[in-house]
Design a protein around this ligand. Sequence first.
Ligand code: TEU
Ligand code: CA
Length: 548
Amino acid sequence: MNKKWWKEAVVYQIYPRSFKDSNGDGIGDLRGVIEKLDYLKDLGIDVIWLNPIYSSPNDDNGYDISDYYSIMSEFGTMEDFDELLDEAHKRGIKIVMDLVVNHTSDEHKWFVESRSSRDNPYRDYYIWRDGKNGKEPNNWAGEFTPSAWEYDEKTGQYYLHLFSKKQPDLNWEHEPVRKAVYEMMHFWFKKGIDGFRMDVINLIKKPAGLPDSKLAPNTPYGYVYDGKLYANNPGLLDFLQEMNRNVLSKYDCMTVGEAVHITPEIAVDYVKEDNKALNMVFHFEVMDLKENFDLVRFKEIQQKWYDGIIPHGGWNSQYLNNHDQPRQVSIYGNDKEYRVLSAKLLGTMIHTLPGTPYVYQGEEIGMTNCEFESIKEYNDIHARFKYDQMVKKGMSEEDALKWLNKYSREHGRTPMQWDDTENAGFSTGKPWLKVNPNYKNINVKAALADPNSIFYHYKKLISLRKNNEVMVYGDFKDLLPEHPQIYAYTRTTAFAKWLILLNFSATEIDAELDINAEGKVVLSNYPDYKGKGRVAHLRPYEAVILEL
Ligand code: TEU
Ligand code: CA
């Protein structure tokens, strides 16, 4: 296996709007990130991935970009960005930016031109079609809208938007679009950034002829969402390779493509080194389990992505939450009685499974989901759309809110909890989104003061990765694939063998392995370890790494 810095790295994701507000306007900003670099250095992370910080009208919090060359005014200035990059690099921390090029904002100058007349030179930058029998050009639903098409009076055609109507899709078939994107990427690389996380990158190639979905053609609430139709279309790899040839290959950078509706069989072509496209993808197979988590199924997914990618010279990512997801401890762990133990367990797993681990802001202190009292407290466009759909389909408002309070992406976006002062130390003004009231107990200051905190467990995991290649490059073997509560696996190199034991339940259990379950404790979330011979004895949410 080829050694690469981005395989060895730990990435920390920052959602700048909610990280730290430096000027009291209630919105996190770049100077806030600069203030906290020493904190991140202390945690030990290698790379920061910044969610979009470009100019944006914020219909979808920065994923609707109106200018790729300037910084969102709420977040600061280009000087602030340059300083952030410089200060991060001084501390040995790399910066990865979000690349959002499936769509732009409708306020981007390309779209303003494009919609102005049918013969405008920018017309083909986007996807325009005539209607069919007085309706949309096809039956595609959007992620945030009942139809993926919006009629534009001025020129009498529809434009495609797989997300909100303020996020028109770019037409990647049109060469000037691709050239403009590559030029923009060079601009950021020349500043010194270290890579890109590529937003819904496997949607940029649309299916030839934009065919109708074969799913139920229509419902009273709009078309049926058929995401598979939009993703991984033939020709996508050509675009990725062209981007690699023209841009990525010229820099020592890392890339991670957010890839919806993908399996390892498909992804391998995008990430295997010989294909010179991407380094790794974020897939959704684990996320799709969240409403019905099942450890055996989870293990199957891990095994599939290991077998399907690693032997072919590709690489994986490991994450359980981000800005589009509820908090991991509230979904896969236990955010009440066992919050600390289960948060440490999840961290132990993400850092010892094969792939690059991604830590989402606040995860390192075990931040939880937040209870919102009414739909009015929700800012997120997706949450509001989802609520509307659920209610239209006959769910009570109460149940719809309940669903959001468990699974919505807003939970990942509540402000970072720095201390127990007002607004969790995030802002001296009124925060743009509700602060989770549990900040009085769950905050960075408290975590730093407690040697047994989740923070220090993460810090140890991250430092172990620096000193133990087995954690990065070791072969992976699942020892109990059928066990419903325990995840037990080894990582092995020629020089070391580690056994990782994770009890995903609140009950104390014994599990018999076909290897010795005794060894030197490398890290644990309990003060001691009780395994004997081949029997691993695990207490509630116990997570232990043993060196055999
Ligand atoms: O997310 C793509 C994506 O899959 C989401 O639309 C997801 O389905 C949704 O959040 C429900 O969980 C990316 C970004 O990460 C997201 O924040 C953006 O809203 C979206 O693309 C559009 O740019
Ligand atoms: Ca601010």
